[in-house]
Design a protein around this ligand. Structure first.
Ligand code: UDP
Length: 325
């Protein structure tokens, strides 16, 4: 089976690519390397360097590969940036996505697995969040992902594309070779581990007055290997629709820091900071649908296991992919 992976040089896309290749799929990666890393490309995959915002380039790639399915990861994914520059998010995540969809229709690709997000729910009326709850994003990032889900739902009706929308909660952790490396880094776990390494002076805790037990935000951190496994299940021809990918357990910012202190043995200095714009207080998945319908069997549901894998990776690559090993 041939799979075209957009964003296969990025954090989640590279790790799913590795899983696909380990399981015998024929993979072509399409990536502009703007935020991804050449070092994260798997040498077993064919690589096409291109940008989704260029419709003709996307169409040429699609026509050349004629994949059985597209997995679409390429996107901007920073909540804060999306509030400062919403146009970037709509141009790339929605506009680029629509070019991809148009190419799929022209070439007749029957299946899409889309990297969506719990940010499409906004601040939920209750947690855990199930797939039928209203989608009202709090930030432009979530809105851009939701818009693309909606476009693809209409295209599915007209053109018969089978869409799987994988709404990730907080992807975290690493494999032996691949991990999280953004510059600037905005995500909690890599920032906590950079502080443990002494690369950052202190962790800034964004908001300590949320309506949660310790006042800091709660997220459902999911190991990247479990996320990758869900993508392979999503390729099954009978699977479509939205799936929340989370464990149904939340950890607060302070709990993440405590876990990292245990694992790294480092003090990890912290300082309280104001809330970050667009952050809902708690996002935790009701993950039953993924377990029952997708047949997902998560393996790394302990926060310590996630942080341990991220810690192993960052010690091996203290400067990210620029580190020569
Ligand atoms: N966070 C924080 N300090 C940081 C980075 C993140 O306190 O240096 C908080 C952030 O406000 C959110 C949680 O940690 O409540 C998870 O943020 P992250 O950026 O990792 O993921 P998001 O939930 O935004 O996708």
């Amino acid at each position: 089976m041939k799979v075209l992976v957009t964003g296969g040089a990025g954090y989640i896309g590279s790790i799913v690519t590795e899983h696909l290749l380990n399981n015998g799929y024929d993979v072509t990666v399409f990536d502009n390397l703007e935020r991804g890393h050449r070092e994260a490309l798997d040498p077993r995959a064919t690589f096409i360097e291109g940008d989704l915002r260029h419709a003709n380039v996307v169409h040429e790639a699609m026509a050349r590969v004629k994949p059985d399915a597209v997995m679409h990861f390429a996107a901007y994914a920073l909540v804060g940036e999306s509030m400062q520059h919403p146009e970037r998010y709509f141009e790339n995540n929605l506009g680029g996505g629509m070019n991809l969809a148009a190419a799929m229709i022209r070439v007749g690709v029957p299946k899409l697995v889309f990297s969506s997000t719990c940010a499409t729910y906004g601040t939920p009326s209750r947690v855990p969040i199930d797939e039928d709850m209203p989608q009202k994003p709090d930030n432009a990032y979530g809105e851009s992902k939701l818009c693309f889900e909606k476009v693809m739902t209409w295209y599915a009706q007209r053109y018969g594309i089978r869409n799987v929308f994988l709404r990730y909660f907080n992807a975290a952790g690493a494999t032996d070779r691949l991990g999280e490396d953004h510059e600037p880094e905005t995500h909690l776990i890599p920032n906590v581990l950079r502080a443990a390494l002494g690369r950052n002076p202190a962790v800034r805790i964004f908001g300590t007055d949320y309506p949660t037990p310790d006042g800091t935000c709660i997220r459902d951190y999911v190991h990247i290997e479990d996320l990758a496994a869900a993508h392979l299940l999503a390729l099954h021809e009978n699977i479509d629709g939205p799936y929340n990918l989370g464990y149904g357990t939340g950890a607060s910012v302070r709990q993440v820091i405590e876990s990292a202190r245990r694992i790294t043995g480092s003090e990890i200095p912290c300082e309280d900071a104001p809330r970050r714009e667009g952050d809902p207080p708690a996002l935790v998945a009701a993950g039953e649908k993924a377990l029952k319908v997708l047949g997902w069997k998560p393996q790394f549901t302990e926060l310590d296991a996630i942080i341990e894998s991220a810690w192993r990776w960052i010690r091996q690559y203290p400067e990210g992919y620029r580190t020569s090993v």
